[in-house]
Design a protein around this ligand. Structure first.
Ligand code: ZN
Length: 204
């Protein structure tokens, strides 16, 4: 990617990265999302970092290395160095590729869904972990069957904050939903009649 401007940062223990995880010294990198995305591996000098955080929209730097100690961050200062990027994953096949989505987690608790008496999905079904996802109906209509990594999900819910290329995966507990954090994945259309494979007969 050529020479980029690199800064350093640290943060208080309670703060999490944009991906919802604890920052890791020597691993976590914040980056400009117009050039990088979450999960990208980035090599700077002899170190390989993972993009887990976001630099501020108006920041001068392209990437920002996380240090556990603010002293180390100060020592690093600002540098201009060659930066190499490796995409976290690449689409396996493009025939059934819907697109690249930001994936988050939710559960049926009051924090995730607000206080409702009925904890049903938008489709009126009982949500199930490993099965139910919420999506923007303009992007993925209710009833769509999709695959994210190796799991097949049914779009049966929507969400106020689920807009555009965003998918919210249902979990049984709030803790699991929070631990899932925020990830980026390619999402594929799955064959309705044969969700196990045999994609040849896939028809809309
Ligand atoms: Zn929750």
């Amino acid at each position: 990617m050529g020479d980029l401007e690199i800064a350093a940062y640290s943060m208080t223990e309670k703060n999490l990265t944009f991906s919802g995880k604890k920052p890791r010294d020597g691993v976590t990198l914040a980056a400009d999302f117009s050039q990088f995305e979450l999960g990208d591996q980035v090599r700077i000098g002899d170190s390989v970092y993972v993009v887990e955080d976001k630099v501020g929209d108006n920041a001068a730097e392209d990437v920002c290395v996380y240090f556990e100690s603010s002293q180390d961050a100060l020592m690093f200062g600002r540098q201009v160095q060659p930066v190499y990027r490796k995409r976290a994953d690449a689409p396996e096949d493009t025939e059934f590729l819907i697109g690249r989505f930001e994936i988050t987690g939710y559960c049926s608790c009051d924090i995730c869904c607000g206080e409702k008496e009925e904890k049903l999905t938008r489709s009126g079904t009982v949500p199930r972990a490993g099965h139910t996802v919420a999506a923007d109906p303009d992007v993925l209509p209710l009833g769509s069957i999709i695959r994210i990594e190796d799991t097949i999900y049914l779009v049966e819910d929507t969400g106020r904050e689920v807009k555009g290329n965003v998918i919210d995966i249902y979990f049984d507990t709030h803790e699991e939903a929070v631990n899932f954090g925020r990830q980026k994945h390619y999402v594929y259309e799955e064959n309705k009649s044969d969700p196990k494979g045999n994609k040849k007969s896939n028809k809309k």
